[in-house]
Design a protein around this ligand. Structure first.
Ligand code: AFP
Length: 278
């Protein structure tokens, strides 16, 4: 992990300073890549290759699963190197999401042994679970992380972070959102899944990027976004659903699978499933 922050003596801040441009290439979802997306991808992949600590690496920026030669362990890692990269040029918080499996990454999320995200905001923070609670760390100027909050549990709260355009909502989802609004939930959506989920984790409520008209599977990625975040929110006493079932029980078919997401407090996820079943 520290590699990501200190590659060639440069911190992540220097990475942000160095490049805020488009890379001129597209990822497997057809989305334009930022130079920083590619930089973060390279740093993480090369760092993992050097350590040989894992066998499989899949990232949001790569077309296939990378298998490392002569690995020391059988672990598989899924990485969204820079989540929320459309916010880089406006200096809003973005993140890195990582999930670790005991073996190949094309497995249900509930087989993950650890998950974490890093949030690059005014502070760089790390939120981590290895199955024994969710813990927050803050990074100092040397790249060293110090524990700031142990065993985080999602509180009751009334925030909602709704992705997609309202005009494209499916009818059941529209009713769910109407219900949240009627119950007094406050809107908080930045366009960075990591930043939005971090807020939900600490203040309570629900994040959703639903399936919508023309894209019934939604926009977010099962392997790189939903599953690691799903493990974190679940280990913090919350839940994650695709509107019908727990996302963590879904067996991925391919690394680029998409999924509708409802993630947050148990109460809100039960409410979402109730509305989506109508
Ligand atoms: P990137 O990782 O490609 O920047 O995508 C960000 C994201 O997957 C997620 O972080 C946001 O919640 C979502 O997209 C925002 O999507 P919209 O731009 O459609 O609001």
């Amino acid at each position: 992990m520290i590699l990501f922050f200190s590659e060639q003596g440069k911190t992540i801040k220097n990475g942000f300073l160095r490049s805020q441009d488009k890379a001129g290439t597209k990822n497997i979802y057809g989305e334009e890549q930022m130079a920083l997306d590619k930089w973060a991808d390279d740093v993480l992949i090369n760092g993992l290759k050097k350590t040989r600590l894992v066998r499989y690496i899949a990232t949001e920026e790569q077309p296939g699963i990378i298998e490392i030669e002569n690995p020391k362990n059988n672990f598989g890692v899924v990485i969204d190197p820079l989540d929320g990269s459309s916010l880089i040029d406006v200096n809003l918080a973005v993140g890195t999401i990582i999930g670790i499996y005991p073996g190949n990454v094309l497995a249900p999320g509930n087989t993950m042994i650890a998950a974490m995200y890093i949030l690059y905001g005014p502070l760089t923070t790390l939120t981590l679970t290895t199955g024994n609670g969710v813990h927050d760390f803050v990074m100092d100027e040397k790249g060293v992380f110090t524990l700031t909050q142990r065993d985080i549990k999602i509180p009751d709260g009334k925030l909602y972070a709704p992705g997609a355009l309202r005009k494209d909502y499916l009818p059941m989802h529209a009713k769910f959102i109407d219900n949240l609004e009627a119950e007094g939930y406050k809107l908080r959506f930045s366009g960075s899944f990591v930043a939005d989920m971090h807020q939900i984790l600490h203040k309570g409520g629900v994040f959703t990027y639903p399936g919508f008209r023309g894209k019934e599977k939604g926009k977010l990625r099962l392997l790189f976004e939903a599953n690691p975040m799903g493990k974190i929110i679940t280990d913090a006493g919350g839940a994650i659903s695709n509107g019908k079932i727990n996302i963590l029980s879904v067996k991925p078919k391919a690394i680029d699978d998409l999924t509708p997401i409802y993630a947050g407090g148990k109460k809100e996820i039960e409410m979402a499933e109730k509305f989506m079943a109508q």
